[in-house]
Ligand binder design. Structure first.
Ligand code: GDP
Ligand code: MG
Length: 295
């Protein structure tokens, strides 16, 4: 049997979390068209007869602008060190730049077995793929390139097989029925954050954190969820809430539906918006909001 941990690395928005979700077959990480969607290291576990792949989703590769993005980048770098293999996710439809090649080489130089998932092939001309694969090879990157589409479920079996081939022999690392290392409580906060990412623009989603104050299942089977959206400016709070609370009501209702799907039960959701001035630049505040160094 094969089993091991695979760090999923790549640029922001490359499609890392989406790919892990489809491979694992359940939503273990939120996704959005905006960068900085994933802030924590999240394990997504794929269990098969031939073994187990433990994907470590990472925040990706960032320029460091504040305490939060530095922490996210450290999480990515630390994760890449303590795994059995690296899955480098590349957004195929964005082309292959010198910068991409340099990143691939950098991670390959770690000496770990590496595979490149060239994703989003559903939104680009297929004729472009062989040229890009050649470009990567000719730049001296030794890793195999596996073109896939997470959205269309294309070539995923081949990708899975290629990942298993990189892993050492070993027994299951996690029980067969476990798909993530994160709790339902964590996912509830993340689902709220995902809807904020989808609903608001610019600095609003990047400056938002979600804290779950209460998550209990009542006697009637309804999950009672009470959470705070923490934002970093007073004017952000006004935008989050919207005129007569309309924006917040819509976002919360959108989140509630997804929480119900995720938990498989009715959800009674209450949401408050709070301001913590510039929390993204304050180490103590980051810890308070649950963002910690993954060592
Ligand atoms: N068309 C298409 N879009 C994708 C695919 N994979 C991811 N995306 C989209 O790309 C965006 C970023 O995805 P996400 O998984 O959050 O990227 P991450 O930052 O690398 O984790 C989202 O809007 C996804 O829906 C794919 O295979 N095809
Ligand atoms: Mg992600």
């Amino acid at each position: 049997m094969k089993s091991g941990t695979v760090a999923v690395i790549g640029r922001a928005n490359a499609g890392k979390s989406t790919l892990i979700n489809v491979l694992v077959g359940e939503k273990v990480a939120i996704t959005s068209p905006k960068p900085q969607t994933t802030r924590d290291r999240i394990l997504g576990i794929l269990t098969k007869e031939e073994g187990q792949i433990v994907f470590a989703d990472t925040p990706g590769i960032y320029r460091q602008r504040n305490e939060l993005t530095s922490l996210m980048m450290r999480t990515t770098e630390n994760t890449a060190k303590e795994v059995d293999a690296i899955l480098f996710v590349h957004d195929g439809h964005a082309g292959v730049t010198e910068g991409d090649l340099a990143l691939m080489k950098k991670y390959e130089a770690s000496g770990l077995p590496m595979l490149i998932a060239y994703t989003k092939t559903d939104i680009m001309p297929e004729e472009q793929i062989p040229g890009d694969v050649k470009k990567i090879f000719e730049a001296g990157v030794g890793a195999d390139v596996c073109p896939v589409s997470a959205r269309k479920g294309k070539n995923l079996k081949r990708l899975e097989k290629a990942i298993f081939a990189l892993l050492p022999e070993g027994e299951y690392l996690y029980p067969e029925d476990v798909v993530s290392d994160k709790s339902e409580r964590f996912m509830i906060a993340e689902i709220m954050r995902e809807k904020i990412l989808l609903k608001y623009d610019k600095e609003i989603p990047h400056g938002a954190a979600v804290v779950v104050n209460r998550f209990e299942t009542r006697e009637d089977g309804v999950a009672d969820v009470n959470l705070d959206i923490v934002c970093e400016k007073r004017n952000h709070k006004a935008i989050l809430i919207g005129k007569q609370g309309k924006a917040l009501k819509e976002t919360a209702s959108f989140a509630r539906k997804d929480m119900e799907k995720f938990l498989g039960k009715k959800v009674f959701l209450t949401v408050y918006v709070k301001v913590r001035e510039d929390w993204r630049d304050k180490g103590g505040m980051l810890r308070e909001l649950g963002y910690v160094d993954e060592e």
